[in-house]
Design a protein around this ligand. Sequence first.
Ligand SMILES: Nc1nc2c(c(=O)[nH]1)N=C([C@H](O)[C@H](O)COP(=O)(O)OP(=O)(O)OP(=O)(O)O)CN2
Length: 138
Amino acid sequence: MVYISRKEHFNAAHRLFNPNWSEERNKEVFGPCANHNWHGHNFELIVTVKGEPDPDTGFVIDLKVLGDVIKREIIEQLDHKNINLDVPFMQGKMASCEILVIEIWRLLDQALSPLTEARLHQIRLYETERNFVDYYGE
Ligand SMILES: Nc1nc2c(c(=O)[nH]1)N=C([C@H](O)[C@H](O)COP(=O)(O)OP(=O)(O)OP(=O)(O)O)CN2
């Protein structure tokens, strides 16, 4: 089994805000990311798939295909967008990196399944240089 990864990048804005809470409660929980404090991040997205290398090509997956799928399904929807307002798959959801990575997995899994026998293994999403989340579809 070989694990192979592709890194992509997007810039997006968001705020952390629970509409069921008061502004005071939002401020208490989410601090400077809450309420009307819209702000942006330079996200790094690292997608790892796993599989056996094809004997004819030596590829688990063509990295060009993987990159194209990530760009089409994810980057085009998120880059230079407001995650809370502009991104259909995040409507009604909290714009945390945990929820974002779960939704990214769902979309990539759907898109990759018909194209390849390789399977998603891990998605790592950096929200800042120091804050990142890993998801394994569990
Ligand atoms: N569990 C989570 N906690 C936090 C999330 C999140 O998505 N899940 N998000 C944020 C903020 O959006 C952001 O990640 C934090 O920004 P910031 O404090 O500016 O992070 P930095 O690493 O750049 O800042 P330093 O404080 O200088 O390390 C908060 N929490």
